[in-house]
Design a protein around this ligand. Structure first.
Ligand SMILES: [Zn+2]
Length: 259
């Protein structure tokens, strides 16, 4: 009798675990989608599929059916992997009972929908163009400003940012070494030295872009958001930027005119 009770208890607790797991199809599907996003190789696979789909979008040959097919194999692979790695007490061959067709369908639809929405919002262009203009939303900067008593204060603050293509390298991440062409290269110079011209355009003199550090993008201060959320900080950052600009001007003048 005692044994039976224990066994029933155990079964009950097993059942509860499963109930927690299987709350409803929708939450299991969500779990599977999150698992894809948080598992490096699966996320890479997803990015690769998205890349293909973006190219199809741009060529005008995209259909939701095509996306569904590609993403079905991603989701099924993820379900297999999930059972193998996370739900170890589960029979690995039974992945399709842990993630039945109804759940997989929900997960697939959700990934397809996310793709189409993010594509329409321009959030995925970076996958093909190599530049991510959406991810960063704030940066830390050290600023110097005058406080209420008139003292200079140095502080590290967090400011909202907007990503933009680096204007110095046009999003390439590299520029020609300034030592080579900052004085300007005349057509005659190229004409006199065709090897130099070839090397120049082949990128032999390219160095990592100084402005973006090779990142291809820069994080500009999002003044609109900053003014709205923290006008006081906006004032301090503006003062800091003005000071920096003035100092740069002075340095330039010194270099050029000696004062
Ligand atoms: Zn750059």
């Amino acid at each position: 009798m005692k044994d039976t009770l224990l066994s029933i208890k155990r079964q009950l607790s097993n059942l509860q675990t499963k109930v927690a797991y299987f709350e409803d199809d929708r939450s299991v599907a969500r779990e599977l989608v999150e698992y894809i996003d948080n598992t490096g190789p699966l996320d890479d696979e997803k990015t690769g599929i998205f890349k293909n789909l973006i190219l199809k979008m741009r060529k005008g040959s995209y259909t939701s059916a095509l996306a569904t097919r590609a993403i079905t194999s991603l989701v099924e692979g993820a379900a297999r992997r999930y059972v193998r790695e996370i739900a170890r007490d589960f029979d690995p061959k039974a992945w399709y009972s842990m993630f039945p067709a109804s759940v997989r369908r929900l997960a697939i639809e959700s990934v397809v929908r996310t793709f189409e929405e993010q594509y329409a919002g321009g959030e995925l262009d970076w996958i093909v163009d190599g530049v991510n203009l959406t991810s960063k939303i704030s940066k830390q900067m050290k600023i110097t400003f005058t406080d209420a008593e008139g003292y200079d204060v140095e502080e590290t603050v967090e400011v909202p940012t907007k990503r933009a293509l680096c204007p110095t390298c046009d999003g390439k991440g590299t520029t020609v070494n300034p030592a080579v062409d900052s004085h300007g290269i005349s057509p005659e110079e190229f004409a006199e030295d065709p090897d130099f011209e070839e090397a120049y355009f082949r990128g032999d003199f390219d160095v990592r872009c100084r402005e973006c550090g090779g990142e291809k993008v820069i994080d500009n201060i999002d003044w609109e958001t900053l003014e709205k959320t923290d006008p006081e900080l906006a004032k301090q950052v503006r003062e800091h930027e003005d000071r920096r600009y003035q100092m740069e001007q002075e340095t330039r003048n010194e270099q050029r005119w000696g004062y």
